[in-house]
Each structure stands twice: as structure tokens, then as C-alpha cells.
Design a protein around this ligand. Structure first.
Ligand SMILES: [Zn+2]
Length: 574
């Protein structure tokens, strides 16, 4: 029998959930399933499970679940149709060509941007001038191809080259605007290209699809009035806080080495690749966010920083180092060569071997900061004050107890004081200072973590049938409801994994005994809330079932009424 499958099913058949997820995160085998540390919430032990048979994922920590499409939608923060395009591209499946007439069709910005870059690449190949400029900056023609570097035509083409080209390809002006390539002049019914007379460096997502651009003005067009670099604006497919320049190409060698090198500009990154140092990514002119750190942490334990040799570079480096430490990465600084502005210049002037040599001479962030202070100050007390101000906040952000202990020892011997003195000072470092840099996203994650921990306690109590009824009174009021939830939980987990999970959670509980003792009141309250949430969820499911019945009887309507009342009652329960 011949079956015509829709593109979604074709793609689903061609790509396994394991393929897609392991493009983004490190996955390990667990019995008949696979598990990973959840990319959607912060956790140290994996509770994110893949089921290859069903082609789905499920996180027992935060409840995220879905298939390859929803995974890419969430990871890239793109709408469904863009996720489909990304995955179809990966599977080598052609989606039906875009036609303007199909008005109800979703806009397809990924296709649009790939098309646009074809044009930019052609423009570059046709311009001896642009090629000469890039050659001058040290790029080979292989590198230009590898990074799909292009050129946007300037004023001599009426500022409308890409607009006209994409119009002929069947894209609408609205889509071009949405993709950030075109803008409309106010009070004028005319569209213009956003990028004009610029070298176009494509910014790619994890799968290597182009989603935006960083564009450098060609020197001959530089009138000093426009910015040297401009980037694509935020679009439905490009979120600057979630994308690191070069990540698609660097991912594999980052995973092999378990370390990533972070540089500032795309030229730094491209020159480094050309010098065969490939575990490099660039922030590309945007501030580093904790989202970027999370991306690095998927495959790396260490990050090596090589920022520009100026005050702005030093400040950006410190902010980034802080976020990286706080995110659980080990941070090293790559030493600089005197009077060399950035990594690109270094490689161009001194060659790749010097770059590799400097990488091997990396210094841990704490030592780097201390060395700087010691170079500037001779006075012992002054040094101590500077260390307290400049170094201790970083020391406090170090996640590993062992590492922190090591550096406390190091600082004590450097400053000629007792370790206990450093420890006491460390306690006085204000928590606000440490946390002000962390975005609200991260704080939400921590809350979810607490929630998750409590959910796990519930699982254990139920599993072991612990007689804690007095303490967990409120919880047991909803015991039956909870049991249903628990069975649902169990249904998805093979027996052997469940056992492992339980041992892990038990350990966590014994580790947190003190916390439970101290927070009895808080926990009881939260448990009460959770029980309410579960109860409401179950009632709503029941309601949905009844509502979906094709033929309803009198009792059904009565039951729906009761459910409404029950939900209302639970919500108002104190
Ligand atoms: Zn999760």
C-alpha cells in the first residue's frame, strides 16, 4: 500500500528522539531508556528521560514532556513550523516549496533567511573588493565558505537588493520585516534593506540553520555615522540571549575536550577555527547571559576566557566569569600578549601556534585576579583589602566545596593569614552582591527545584508508606488523589530505574534532614498547596473526560456542576 505521509510524520519517522536531544545535551543510557540532566530546569542528577520507542521525553523534575518538535520549539524558542523546518532540513526532507497564494500558511522565516544568505554569498563571490578586504584581515577562501560569509549590497543598489531578491522568491514584505532583514520607512510606502554595504556573518542555531546576522560595515562605506557592527534584531527565530556564535561548529570538540573557549568577536572565533582550535564560541557583541552559560554547560565543565585587551573587555570578562562560576563551570583566563588588541589580531600577527601556546598557559580565574592585585600593590594590608573586594565574591560563587577549600588555602598562604580569617571574611560577602547578577529566570528555576524536592519527598513517603501522618496531615488529606498521581508517575518508569531513583531521593532526604526539621511549617504549608494542586488537576481531568463524551446524560451535567463547586472549594481552602 502506498501511503502519503504529511511532512511532520515523515520527519518523525526519520529522526529519533535520541538523535535530536543528544544534539543539544549529553545523554546517558539507563536500562531500556535514556536519561539526561534536564535542559529546562536546573538539576544535578538526571531526571529527564527519553523513550525511543514512543519518541518522547519526560522530565520528572519539572514535568516538561513532548516529542522532537516540541523539544526543538523549546530549545530554540521558535514556533512549531520553524521547528519542523529545522528538523526536516536535518532529515534531508524537502518541505513543499513556499507559495505566496497560500495565505493561511505559517510564515517560514528559517527558509527565508537561508535564501537571503545565498544572495549575500553570491554578492561576496562577485566582489573582488570584499574578497580582498577579508583576505587582508587574514581569512582564507575556505574559511569564508565554511562560515557562509556574505556581503549585502550598498547604496549603488538603491538599498533594496535583498528586498527585490526575496520578493522574486515569493516572500512577503511582512515576512522580511519579521526576519529583521527589511524595514519600512515611516509615511512612505517603500521598503528598504536593513543591512547595506556590510560583510554578513551568519549567526546559526544548534543545528546550523542561519537565524540572524552580525554585519560589519565595509571600510569604504564607513562614514563614521553608522555603527561598525550591527546585529539582527530579536525575531521569532533569533534570540540573542540564547545563541552563541559558532556553537554549531564548536559543539563536537567542546564535548570531546569538555572545555569551551569563549571569545568576544566573530573574527576572533573564525580566526581561531582557521588555526584549528575549534572548541571556540563568541558572544558576538552581546552581553553574556546565564542562558549562554547553560548552553556551554551542556557539554563543558570548564570555560576559558579570552576577551579584548581593554577596560570594556576586562569588565565583560569579569561579569561572564561570575555567571560561569555561579552556573557551575570552572573558569580559566587565557593570558594575553602585550599590545595585541584581540584574538583575531594575535592569530593574524603571530600565528596559530602562539595562540595554542597561550591557551595551554591558562590561569585559574582566582589566581589571575590575585596576580593582578599583587602586581599593582606592594602594601600587604592594601592587598588584603583588594582581595576582599575583588576576589572573595568570585570565591563565594564557586560551586564545588573542594575547589573553594583549595582556593581558601591558596589565598591564606598568599596573604599570609589563617584560613579561618578568609572563611570569616567570606561569610561577610553580601549575598545581594553575589545574586544581583543572576537574572530572574535563574531564581524561578531555584523555586522549581525546591518544589521538585518536595514532590520527591511525597513520592518517598507514599512509596515507603511512612507513618508521618501527624506531621504531614494536610498532605494525607489528599492521599488518594496523590496515589493516582504517583501511579501515573510510575507508569512511565521501568522498575529498575524507579528503584535507583528512590535510593537517590532517600539520600537526598537524609542529606536534607536538617532542612526538613527547620522548615517544618513551611513544608507543611507547601505540601498542603501541592495536595490542592493535585486534587484540582485530577478533577479537571475528570471534567474534561465528561465534556468530551459524545452523548451526555443527566448525571454528567450534575457531576460537572459538582466538580466546579469542589474546585472552587479547594481554591478557597486555607
Ligand atoms: Zn525538568
Amino acid at each position: 500500500m502506498y501511503l502519503i505521509m504529511n511532512p511532520k510524520d515523515q520527519v518523525k519517522q526519520a529522526l529519533s528522539i535520541l538523535d535530536v536531544v543528544s544534539t543539544y545535551i549529553r545523554v546517558e543510557k539507563a536500562g531500556s531508556q535514556f536519561k539526561a540532566r534536564c535542559p529546562f530546569h536546573n538539576e544535578k542528577t538526571p531526571s529527564f528521560f527519553l523513550s525511543p520507542d514512543r519518541g518522547t521525553y519526560h522530565c520528572f523534575g519539572c514535568g516538561e514532556h513532548g516529542d522532537i518538535f516540541s523539544f526543538v520549539e523549546k530549545m530554540e524558542a521558535v514556533p512549531f513550523y520553524e521547528a519542523l523546518t529545522i528538523l526536516a532540513d536535518r532529515a534531508g526532507i524537502k518541505l513543499s516549496p513556499y507559495k505566496k497564494e497560500e495565505k493561511d500558511k505559517e510564515p517560514n522565516l528559517i527558509s527565508l533567511v537561508q535564501k537571503a544568505n545565498k544572495r549575500y554569498e553570491e554578492n561576496l563571490q562577485n566582489s573582488a573588493e570584499v574578497k580582498a578586504y577579508l583576505g587582508d584581515r587574514g581569512l582564507t577562501s575556505e574559511t569564508i565558505k565554511k562560515f557562509n560569509i556574505g556581503f549585502s549590497l550598498g547604496a549603488d543598489f538603491g538599498w533594496r537588493d535583498i528586498f527585490i531578491y526575496l520578493s522574486k522568491e515569493g516572500f512577503s514584505p511582512e515576512e522580511m520585516i519579521e526576519a529583521g532583514l527589511v524595514f519600512k520607512k515611516e509615511n512612505e510606502d517603500k521598503y528598504f534593506d536593513r543591512f547595506r554595504g556590510r560583510v554578513m556573518f551568519p549567526i546559526k542555531n544548534t543545528f546550523g540553520n542561519i537565524v540572524g546576522f552580525s554585519a560589519r560595515i565595509l571600510p569604504k562605506f564607513d562614514d563614521g555615522k553608522t555603527a561598525k557592527y550591527i546585529n539582527s534584531p530579536e525575531t521569532p527565530i533569533y534570540h540573542k540571549s540564547k545563541i552563541l556564535f559558532g556553537y554549531d561548529l564548536a559543539k563536537k570538540s567542546i564535548a570531546d575536550k569538555r572545555e569551551a573557549i569563549l571569545v568576544e568577536g566573530q573574527m576572533d572565533l573564525i580566526m581561531s577555527h582557521q588555526a584549528e582550535v575549534t572548541n571556540v564560541v563568541a558572544t558576538s557583541g552581546t552581553a553574556v547571559t546565564d542562558e549562554h552559560i547553560k548552553i556551554l554547560k551542556r557539554f563543558a565543565d570548564k570555560v576559558l576566557l579570552s576577551f579584548d585587551q581593554d577596560e570594556a573587555g576586562e569588565n565583560a570578562m569579569k561579569k561572564c566569569a561570575f555567571l560561569a562560576l555561579y552556573g557551575g563551570l570552572d573558569v580559566y583566563i587565557i593570558p594575553k600578549k602585550e599590545n595585541v588588541k584581540d584574538t583575531a589580531d594575535l592569530i593574524k600577527e603571530f600565528g596559530g601556534e602562539v595562540w595554542k601556546d597561550l591557551i595551554s598557559k591558562r590561569v585559574h580565574l582566582i589566581e589571575y585576579l590575585v596576580n593582578n592585585i599583587f602586581e599593582k600593590n606592594n602594601d600587604e594590608r592594601e592587598r588584603g583589602r583588594e582581595v576582599r573586594k575583588e576576589v572573595l565574591p568570585f570565591l563565594r560563587a564557586i560551586e564545588s566545596d573542594i575547589d573553594r577549600a583549595y582556593f581558601i588555602k591558596y589565598l591564606a598562604s598568599k596573604l599570609n593569614v589563617q584560613e579561618i580569617d578568609i572563611l570569616n571574611e567570606l561569610k561577610r560577602v553580601k549575598v545581594e552582591n553575589v545574586e544581583e547578577n543572576i537574572s530572574s529566570i535563574n531564581k524561578e528555576i531555584n523555586l522549581t527545584d525546591k518544589n521538585k524536592f518536595l514532590r520527591e519527598i511525597l513520592v518517598i513517603l507514599n512509596w515507603k508508606k511512612l507513618d508521618e501522618e501527624k506531621f504531614f496531615n494536610k498532605f494525607f488529606e489528599a492521599k488518594d488523589i496523590y496515589k493516582e498521581k504517583f501511579l501515573e508517575f510510575k507508569k512511565d518508569l521501568p522498575e529498575e530505574i524507579l528503584e535507583q531513583e528512590i535510593i537517590r531521593i532517600e539520600k537526598e532526604i537524609s542529606k536534607n534532614k536538617l532542612y526538613i526539621e527547620n522548615e517544618k511549617k513551611f513544608i507543611t504549608e507547601i505540601l498542603g498547596d501541592l495536595a490542592k494542586v493535585f486534587k484540582i488537576e485530577v478533577l479537571q481531568e475528570e471534567k474534561k473526560l465528561i465534556e468530551n463524551k459524545s452523548e451526555k446524560v443527566e448525571e454528567d451535567f450534575q457531576r460537572i456542576g459538582e466538580i466546579y463547586q469542589e474546585i472552587h472549594k479547594i481554591k478557597n481552602l486555607k
